[in-house]
Design a protein around this ligand. Structure first.
Ligand code: BTN
Length: 221
């Protein structure tokens, strides 16, 4: 796997937790990636559980990251979207990095910083999709015969491509695929209009004649 050191498991508690342990015990390096076909305690954003039945792609990529970069989240979303497009699937992106097919979630991203590293946790539903109370889900095998290994291989290449791309081109693709642009969103209890993202990765919304830059997970699309 070009440039990556892969630690693969059939079933593990959470690839994200394993990546954390590698950082804590000093064995982590840039471009280490932990993969599993199932997780017993997969984690999602907002402390949600990530239901992780056997047969999907669960991976946590470790990258050097001396600083936090809000633009990373968009590069990762675009990398996953392009991976799916390679296999003939047409995704949309729900801010910041949920990947949807026909409005149903197929992939999620959990970005966590630890020490001098960032862990990019990616789940893609390939052969199973869980029933989740909050949203509808789907999986890739409804649209393509590509297996977990093929999708993983394409994903590794696309992550390198988009994490090293100029942010202008990341933003162009993200804006083309994003849902909810120029539509109302909820921000701190108020309805505002979602405009897009700026050069530094902040979300731009319009409140009346005023434009606001938002950092972090503060809007509900
Ligand atoms: C989300 O809430 O949308 C993010 C889900 C992220 C799930 C992935 S699967 C691989 C990695 N290991 C985990 O426990 N979580 C992330």
């Amino acid at each position: 796997m070009g440039g990556y050191k892969v630690f693969s498991f059939d079933k593990i508690q959470s690839t994200q937790d394993y990546a954390y342990d590698m950082i804590a015990n000093g064995t982590a390096r840039d471009h280490c990636v932990v993969t599993a076909l199932a997780q017993s305690a997969g984690r999602g954003r907002y402390r949600r559980k990530w239901v992780s039945h056997h047969g999907n792609l669960y991976a946590s990529f470790i990258f050097d990251s001396p600083e936090r970069d809000p633009r990373l989240s968009y590069a990762v979303a675009v990398a996953i979207a392009e991976t799916l497009i390679t296999f003939g699937i047409h995704p949309t992106i729900k801010w910041p990095n949920d990947i949807l097919i026909s409005g149903k979630k197929i992939s999620g991203v959990l970005i966590e910083y630890a020490g001098r590293f960032v862990i990019v946790g990616i789940g893609i539903n390939v052969h199973t999709n869980p029933t989740v109370a909050e949203y509808e889900t789907t999986r890739t095998d409804k649209y393509t015969r590509a297996d977990v290994a093929e999708i993983f291989s394409a994903l590794t290449k696309n992550l390198d491509k988009w994490m090293n791309a100029k942010f202008d081109s990341v933003r162009d693709v993200w804006m083309k695929l994003a849902i909810g642009i120029n539509a109302p969103v909820k921000y701190r209890g108020e309805i505002v209009e979602l405009i897009g993202i700026n050069d530094s990765g902040a979300l731009v919304v319009r409140r009346g004649s005023e434009y606001l830059w938002i950092h972090g997970d503060e809007i509900m699309v």
